[in-house]
Ligand binder design. Structure first.
Ligand code: ZN
Length: 138
């Protein structure tokens, strides 16, 4: 069995953003040489997410607005967590959008459903963060 591990680094200049990381994961898959197996992709930070959905800018705006309704950034004083920091909303947003995805690898390709793409969701950016890619298979 082959095993591949790589960390992808992100430095999002804004507080929040969604980034399509599918091409980077496909590059990892090529590097791994795996043609049948699984790819795990997870955010290594508790204020960022990895999730699968459609690559559509209107939808990303909708996600952002929906998350701001559920866990608004302001006022930061509304959260118990915000003693000496201001990112409680980012922890909550990450919990809603998830930590990781697992994608089947079939015949050397990510075996997606129609329109599925992998995204990095940043909720407390303006610093460097990592995503872990682990690919196993044959
Ligand atoms: Zn925090």
């Amino acid at each position: 069995m082959k095993s591949f591990r790589k960390e992808l680094w992100f430095a999002v200049p804004a507080r929040r953003a969604f980034i399509n990381i599918t091409p980077a994961i496909e590059e990892c898959l090529r590097e791994s040489g795996v043609s049948e197996g699984f790819a795990l992709v997870n955010a290594m930070h508790i204020t960022a997410s990895v999730f699968i959905n459609d690559d559509e800018s209107g939808l990303h705006q909708d996600f952002d607005q929906w998350l701001e309704v559920l866990a608004p950034h302001e006022p930061v004083s509304q959260y118990h967590h915000n003693v000496g920091e201001d990112n409680a909303d980012a922890h909550l947003k990450r919990q809603i959008m998830g930590r990781e995805v697992v994608v089947a690898i079939t015949e050397g390709r990510l075996d997606f459903g129609p329109w599925e793409q992998i995204f990095y969701g940043e909720f407390d950016g303006r610093r460097k963060k990592r995503v872990l890619v682990k690919i196993i298979g044959e």
